[in-house]
Design a binder for this molecule. Structure first.
Ligand code: SAM
Length: 237
């Protein structure tokens, strides 16, 4: 069951990524020139994508991977190039259409099935690994952990996700963001405290038996995000 706060937030995120921010997001995730600030974000995001990909097995042949909140699909394509059978899902049908358009025709033995909808949909099936790059950052910590817990029930290996760490810079950016009129606001990310995240994980009925694996913060100008890996107890790092 989705919590009311999760459902409300999901609606705001869908509206934001499918309408308000679609053009900006299309540009940010392309090779087109961007301003100085966005260039730092682009560089940080590239570093984050390679960090998360480096935590997955080098050979992904025969493995099912969920790219939860795939955006324009760059991570999904990279994983498929390494042989994975990827399910790439996003709330925004417009971003999913763009991802499909950008994906190369041939990915060797790998494949990407792009679809729009909620990453928690059980109809997506079971996975060896899940990657959620900057997609649970918009939810409250409780809702984010509940979402990861639901994904964990269907995952045999690892969950690799990012959260926005509580930093003074982020706090300042968020308070500036609050000065803008509501309609212009992004569905601001929700900074999380690492110790609260760990406390909620360890108390969760499913994730409680999992263990924390790799952890890496990426900070590049206006981009700060922290990658975490959670592993099923019997899974190898
Ligand atoms: C900041 S973007 C990141 C996109 C992509 N992972 C990347 O790093 O380029 C966050 C994405 O997560 C998606 N998202 C958020 N909640 C979701 C949910 N419950 N199900 C599917 N997608 C979701 C949004 O629609 C948005 O495209």
């Amino acid at each position: 069951m989705d919590s009311p706060t999760y459902t409300t937030r999901r609606g705001e995120i869908e509206h934001y990524f499918d309408r308000t921010a679609v053009a900006a997001w299309e540009r940010l995730t392309s090779d087109a020139p961007v301003g100085r600030i966005r260039a730092t974000v682009r560089a940080g995001r590239e570093q984050m994508r390679s960090t998360l990909l480096s935590w997955l097995p080098a050979d992904l042949h025969g493995q099912r991977l969920l790219d939860a909140g795939c955006g324009t699909g760059a991570l999904a394509v990279e994983a498929a190039r390494r042989g994975a059978e990827v399910v790439a899902i996003d709330l925004s049908p417009t971003l999913v259409a763009l991802a499909r358009e950008r994906a190369p025709r041939s990915l060797g033995a790998g494949s990407v099935h792009f679809c729009s909808g909620d990453m928690l949909d059980p109809a997506l099936g079971r996975f060896d690994h899940v990657v959620a790059m900057d997609s649970v950052i918009h939810y409250g910590t409780e809702d984010a952990v509940a979402a990861l817990s639901r994904l964990a029930q269907r995952t045999s290996g690892s969950i690799n996700f990012t959260f926005a760490p509580r930093t003074p810079l982020l706090a300042a950016m968020i308070s500036v963001g609050r000065l803008f009129p509501r309609g212009d606001r992004a569905p601001w990310l929700n900074p999380m405290a690492a110790d609260k995240l760990e406390r909620l994980r360890s108390r969760d009925a499913v994730l409680g038996s999992w263990r924390a694996g790799a952890s890496q913060r990426v900070a590049s100008g206006f981009y700060t995000s922290h990658a975490m890996q959670w592993l099923r107890p019997e899974a190898r790092a």
